[in-house]
Design a protein around this ligand. Structure first.
Ligand SMILES: *[C@@H]1O[C@H](CO)[C@@H](O)[C@H](O)[C@H]1NC(C)=O
Ligand SMILES: *[C@@H]1O[C@H](CO)[C@@H](O)[C@H](O)[C@H]1NC(C)=O
Ligand SMILES: *[C@@H]1O[C@H](CO)[C@@H](O)[C@H](O)[C@H]1NC(C)=O
Length: 453
């Protein structure tokens, strides 16, 4: 969840972060009218069997686990000032990521196996290649799955201020179910939507969830049929460790506004760098910016980190992703490094479908961050996954981004497309424009390996 390098002034940050901390103890008022989706919009999300919906909602509301999310902000971790290059053609989504300032873990409500090993696993030398073993039986075994009716039982809801300053009002679990913003549709997929009430004030209702599973290494496979799209949106599927940036951040599936290309990024503490031949081993290419793109360290790069944008793969992000029924993002965090593949719906390997993944046969990945000069168990640890849809905020809403076109597959600026001078005005006044701003997720699966991790 990186952000543009249009960082807020330090003063603003120092004011904002403590406010967010105290908000942890406040139960925000969520008393506004329910979403006013049209029947068609609702049907699209729900499938054709809305009759069972209400019972399901009630059941799941009962299961709500309050008081388990102990996320805290690290208000002392402040980024440097923005640079002049931030409005240029290289609108680098360099983060500010206040969530990054989140000294945060969604505190696990359950215990999962042995978490004690592997922190000392050494980075394997050789692997700028994505190749793994070639045996016919997968060395990865499934250790957890989020899907179907219990999908949301695996997560906590972030119900406080958006750390990235979006024009959103994040709902807690109960309000999210009761307002219809989250649901399990007829195809047993988890839906996370944005309120489409035409005019709202303050922020538009949306969802941000943090997974309960804390992991260090593994293979995480996420299958989505639909992602949030459109001007004003900034959706992301990503993971984060504690004490940002020391625990590292892996942005897997992310973009803003009308982007048509995905960008994968790492943000780390000092010392993690990428080799010069990195681009040879991935489909995407390192982004270039005002800082050394091979340096993943946040503080040294004004939070740019190392980002890989994929200009080649079709249907990997945005409207074209949705048009084909999405696909699968697979992230392998192993001795070889951190590697992300995307498979469009029609090209998902059967070993993924069969729950016996064989990354060695998946071909060149979208992004591969090798372990050569970046030990993936030193710069990354104790991650939890996050889905969110924020609106505007530090990246999508930055003036230079709202007014810009010609980047990441977006041909017209949102200012020109919407007729609104600011992202926030558009978001607050044009709710009907957010009917496509929803996630529809089939599953998230965690695999582990005793040989690769
Ligand atoms: C906050 O983050 C900074 C920078 O990583 C770190 O030096 C500091 O110890 C952190 N503070 C807390 C309370 O975690
Ligand atoms: C935040 O960081 C401090 C300092 O490193 C640590 O002691 C504390 O446990 C962390 N809290 C959380 C919730 O991660
Ligand atoms: C895999 O196992 C290791 C060692 O027990 C653990 O640290 C890690 O979190 C596990 N990864 C996943 C995805 O469960």
């Amino acid at each position: 969840m990186h952000v543009s390098n249009l960082l807020l002034p330090l003063l603003t940050l120092s004011v904002t972060a403590p406010a967010a901390v105290s908000a942890l103890h406040i139960n925000p008022h969520h008393k506004k009218a329910l979403s006013t989706l049209t029947t068609n919009q609702q049907a699209k999300r729900d499938g054709s069997v809305p009759s069972t919906h209400k019972n399901k909602v009630k059941r799941l509301v009962k299961k709500k686990k309050r008081g388990t999310c102990q996320v805290k902000f690290n208000a002392t971790s402040v980024a440097t000032e923005p640079t002049a290059s931030s409005t240029s053609a290289e609108v680098l989504p360099t983060l500010t990521n206040n969530e990054n300032w989140a000294n945060a873990t969604a505190s696990a409500t359950q215990t999962w196996g042995d978490n004690t090993a592997s922190a000392s696993a050494s980075a394997s030398a050789s692997s700028t290649s994505s190749a793994g073993n070639s045996q016919s039986t997968s060395s990865w075994s499934k250790v957890e799955e989020w899907s179907g009716d219990s999908f949301f039982d695996n997560v906590n809801f972030w119900e406080w201020n958006d750390p990235t300053h979006g024009t959103v009002d994040y709902l807690n679990r109960g309000d999210a179910w009761n307002s219809g913003l989250i649901s399990i549709n007829a195809n047993k997929r988890a839906v996370m939507a944005v309120d489409t009430t035409q005019v709202v004030s303050g922020g538009r209702k949306s969802i941000r969830i943090h997974g309960n599973r804390i992991y260090t290494g593994g293979l995480i496979i996420m299958d989505a049929y639909h992602m949030p799209t459109g001007c004003g949106t900034w959706p992301a599927w990503w993971s984060n460790g504690p004490n940002w940036p020391e625990g590292g951040e892996i942005d897997i599936f992310e973009g803003v506004n009308d982007f048509g290309q995905n960008q994968v990024s790492l943000h780390t503490g000092n010392g993690c760098t990428m080799p010069n031949n990195m681009n040879d081993n991935q489909v995407g290419q390192l982004t270039t910016g005002g800082y050394d793109s091979y340096n993943c360290a946040s503080y040294a790069t004004s939070n740019q980190g190392c980002g890989v944008r994929d200009e080649v793969t079709q249907n990997a992000y945005g409207e074209s992703f949705n048009a084909i029924g999405g696909g699968v993002y697979a992230t392998r965090w192993s001795k070889a490094g951190i590697t992300v593949w995307f498979f469009p719906r029609t090209n998902i390997p059967s070993d993924i479908t069969n729950d016996s993944p064989e990354p060695s046969g998946w071909g060149k990945p979208m992004a591969h961050f090798p372990s050569d000069n970046c030990n993936p168990y030193q710069f990354f640890y104790d991650h939890f996954n996050i889905f969110d849809t924020t609106l505007c905020g530090d990246w999508a809403g930055a003036d230079g981004v709202w007014n810009y076109a010609g980047y990441a597959g977006q041909s017209q600026s949102c200012a020109s497309k919407t007729g609104y001078a600011t992202c926030a005005d558009y978001v607050l006044n044009q709710g009907s424009a957010f009917a496509e701003a929803f996630w529809e997720v089939s599953y998230v699966k965690y695999f582990n390996s005793t040989t690769e991790v």
